[in-house]
Design a protein around this ligand. Structure first.
Ligand code: GTP
Ligand code: SPV
Ligand code: MN
Length: 597
């Protein structure tokens, strides 16, 4: 076969996979608009895509998945390091040899009746020292169309790779070969045989059986977090589940901030925030992943390696996130939202009344009397970042941007205050390592259970979490560095009636403003077990229509509750055995001391 590359490693690998998976055809993706349109057309013919009304949402498509294939599958996600201990207590492990034997048999003939697509992609702008090139082989045209939005993709990447360049091997199959004459289904997948496997030593990803988001768009969680976190440890940088934003104060001070919040806990919303505080502005650089390197000036520089947003639709509206709404007005793929009679999308929490006639996320007529939502809680939009009206011009600067502050946060209905500043880098790492959050629909499983999710990386760290903590601490050991300050935030405290105490969204700008005031040395703070918290009239609550008593509840730290938190943290730390860094034990002891233990 004649391939559009002279890269021997790539040619050999494509041939090897084609021999194994037996596709009917091979297609090297060039990443062009024509290619996207033609694949989208095929997906419409197959029933995977429905084209939305060109008046209401030009060049946009609606897809709904198999009812079982709706989110990341953490119990089917594996880190197959050579030694089990390197995967650590937070990952599923299988020995790479057995995993490859099992999966090779699954891949055998798995693409019969389908086309094998070769997707050359770059996470990060081409030519940036941050960037990594991957090649995804997939039999899913849905994946190709989404990858074109989410990554730099196509011919330019092959050119950058050249004849000798190396790349991260990413193999994906929906696992549903077609017998001759067999009619395909709209969303092929193989729910009985799902594996999302990572081989950290050889930097390979093998995914089988799911066509959904983080399971199938392999540049995202699999490469840019799980494999990249291992590369980052080896090469002295950080690959994090973080948004990246630019905040400009009324005085024109510019600060770049990252924030690590677990899945469906507010990264996209914060990254696209419209401040309610006059004179402040936020521009977006990234909403899910940030790669962080030490710059020549000793500061930490961050870059969003993605080219698009794969955001949660439910709850998104002009009231909560107008920037997201204005971004997805065209050229967007919607997956598992509901559909309106006039060819537009709909979801719970969108502006306006629920239309009288809706197609639900399963493609059936929606019964408004039913107790189930019309869109799936993890319904998503896929849209190019460049389309965002408030994208920061430097969002794809190959050098990245210098980070002033790192935010950690989760869904905590009690205990954790609205905002606190860490006392030191070590204390900030302690706050990250002890993060917990109530589970969400972004992963298959129960929703609303509190679980420890260190650095929002529990499902995404490709190696032993104890070593990961040590890697974070190592930046603090280097006294030459000018490290960002670390903050803990919590938008999700609730009152006795289960209502959020804090209005969140645009009002979060008040917290960001306090952070800038701290960075600029303007704001006072008082010391608490969680770190430094605002005093007197801070943050600026002017014009906020909530009563003082509720605001006070936001910052209350109950010592009995803190005592159980300390017990929970001790139990959490115990799971890391002797890989738990001593500095974190010191931090825990200090917290116990501060609570009178
Ligand atoms: P992933 O894409 O899964 O990583 O999620 P994310 O962290 O980007 O979360 P996102 O911003 O999409 O928000 C998820 C859900 O949290 C949505 O339903 C939002 O409406 C809700 N949310 C976001 N910010 C806030 C906030 O400040 N307060 C409250 N109460 N809810 C919020
Ligand atoms: C997340 O779950 O954190 C997401 C969605 O951003 S997915 O790409 O499916 O991982
Ligand atoms: Mn995410």
């Amino acid at each position: 076969m004649n391939y559009p590359t002279s890269n021997k490693k790539l040619i050999d690998w494509v041939n090897e996979i084609a021999d194994l998976c037996e596709p009917d055809a091979i297609h090297f993706c060039d990443g062009s608009k024509e290619e996207f349109d033609s694949l989208a057309g095929e997906l419409v013919n197959k029933g995977t895509f429905k084209k939305l009304s060109d008046v209401r949402r030009p060049n946009s498509y609606w897809a709904h998945s198999d009812a079982s294939d709706v989110a990341r599958v953490e119990n089917r996600t594996f880190i197959c390091s050579n030694v089990a201990d390197d995967a650590g207590p937070t990952n599923n492990w299988m020995d790479p040899f057995s995993m490859k034997s099992t999966m090779t048999e699954l891949y055998r003939g798995s693409m019969v009746g389908r086309t094998l697509y070769v997707i050359p992609f770059s996470m990060g702008p081409l030519g940036s020292p941050f960037s990594k090139i991957g090649i995804e082989i997939t039999d899913s045209p849905y994946v190709v169309t989404n990858m074109r939005i989410m990554a730099t993709m196509g011919t330019a990447v092959l050119e950058e790779l050249g004849a000798d360049g190396d790349f991260i091997h990413c193999l994906h199959s929906v696992g549903k070969p077609l017998a001759s004459g067999e009619q395909d289904v709209a969303w092929p997948c193989n729910p009985q045989n799902i594996y999302i496997s990572h081989f950290p030593e050889t930097r390979e990803i093998w995914s089988f059986g799911s066509g959904y988001g983080g399971n199938a768009l392999l540049g995202k969680k699999c490469l840019a977090l799980r494999i990249a976190s291992v590369a980052a440890r080896d090469e002295g940088w950080l690959a994090e589940h973080m948004l990246l934003l630019k905040l400009t104060s009324p005085a024109g001070e510019v600060h770049y901030m990252t924030g690590a919040f677990p899945s469906a806990c507010g990264k996209t919303n914060l990254a696209m925030l419209v401040p309610t505080l006059a004179g402040w502005s936020v521009e977006t650089l990234g909403d899910d992943i940030c790669w962080i390197r030490v710059g020549e000036d000793g500061r930490l520089w961050g870059l969003n390696p993605e080219a698009g947003f794969f955001g949660v639709a439910p709850g998104t509206s002009y009231a909560t996130n107008p920037n997201a709404m204005d971004t997805m007005v065209r050229d967007t793929i919607f997956t598992n939202t509901a559909l309106t009679a006039d060819g537009d999308v709909w979801w719970e929490g969108i502006d306006g009344e629920m239309p009288s006639s809706l197609t639900d996320w399963q493609g059936n007529r929606y019964d408004p009397a039913s107790s189930k939502p019309a869109s799936h809680p993890n319904a998503r939009f896929t849209v190019g970042a460049a389309q965002s009206p408030h994208i920061a011009p430097e969002w794809n600067d190959p050098r990245g941007v210098p980070i002033s502050a790192i935010l950690f946060g989760g869904r905590r209905r009690s205990l954790v205050p609205l905002v606190s500043e860490s006392k030191s880098w070590e204390h900030g790492v302690f706050l990250g390592s002890t993060m917990a959050s109530e589970t969400t629909a972004a992963a298959v499983g129960a929703v609303g259970n509190l679980r420890r999710d260190p650095f929002a990386m529990l499902p995404f760290c490709g190696y032993h979490m104890g070593d990961y903590f040590a890697h974070w601490l190592s930046f603090g050991d280097n006294k030459e560095l000018k490290l960002p300050k670390i903050y803990l935030v919590n938008w999700f405290r609730k009152d006795a009636d289960n209502k959020f105490l804090w209005p969140g969204y645009g009002e979060n700008s008040r917290v960001l403003a306090w952070i800038v005031d701290r960075l600029e040395g303007r704001a006072q703070a008082s010391e608490t077990p969680f770190g430094y918290v605002p005093v007197s009239d801070d943050p600026n609550f002017d014009g906020l229509s909530i009563d003082k008593a509720r605001l006070e509840l936001l910052n209350q730290v109950d010592s009995t509750e803190l005592a159980s938190e300390i017990e929970a943290i001790s139990a959490h730390f115990a799971t890391f055995g002797d890989k738990l860094p001593a500095q974190l034990i010191d931090q825990l002891n200090a917290l116990m001391g501060s609570n009178g233990n």
